[in-house]
Unconditional design. Structure first.
Ligand code: CU
Length: 140
C-alpha cells in the first residue's frame, strides 16, 4: 500500500468520525426545549405515522439523532418504541439501551420496534452503537 492510499483511508475515517461528532454536538442544541423538568408527554411531540404500530411511540432516527430524544415512560408499564430510520444518513446502525441489556439493529428504510418495560423510575439512556447519538427515557 502506498502513502496515497493510506492517506485516503485515514481521511475517510476522519470524515466519518467528524460526522458522528457533529451530529452528537447538534442534537442536544435541538432538544434543549425538552430539557429540565418540563418534559412534555411523549405523545405531544410525536406525529402519528403509518409505519408505527398502534400504541407505540414513534422515534425518528435522522441526521441529528433521535427525535424525540426524551421520551416519558411509566415504571412497570410496557412501552413500545418504534424507531424509524428513513435512510442511512447517520451512524445509528443500531440502538442500544445499556442499562437494560438491549441492542437492536436499525436497518435503513425500516421501522424497528423495541419493547421495554422500565423496571423503576429514573432516567434510562439509549444511544447509537457508538454511544454518540443519544436519547433518554424519563421513567416516572
Ligand atoms: Cu454513532
Amino acid at each position: 500500500m502506498d502513502v496515497g492510499n493510506k492517506l485516503n483511508a485515514l481521511l475517510l475515517v476522519i470524515v466519518a468520525a467528524l460526522g458522528c461528532v457533529l451530529a452528537w454536538k447538534i442534537a442536544p442544541l435541538l432538544s434543549t426545549s425538552f430539557s429540565g423538568s418540563r418534559v412534555p408527554p411523549a405523545a405531544a411531540s410525536v406525529a402519528p405515522a403509518l409505519h408505527a404500530p398502534p400504541g407505540s411511540v414513534l422515534v425518528n432516527v435522522n441526521m441529528v439523532g433521535f427525535d424525540p430524544a426524551m421520551i416519558e415512560a411509566k415504571a412497570g408499564q410496557p412501552l413500545k418504541l418504534a424507531f424509524f430510520r428513513p435512510n442511512a444518513a447517520n451512524c445509528a446502525d443500531e440502538v442500544v439501551f445499556p442499562d437494560l441489556g438491549i441492542r437492536k439493529e436499525l436497518p435503513p428504510g425500516q421501522t424497528t420496534v423495541v419493547d421495554i418495560t422500565p423496571p423503576k423510575s429514573g432516567p434510562i439512556a439509549f444511544a447509537c452503537g457508538m454511544n454518540m447519538l443519544k436519547g433518554k427515557l424519563i421513567v416516572r
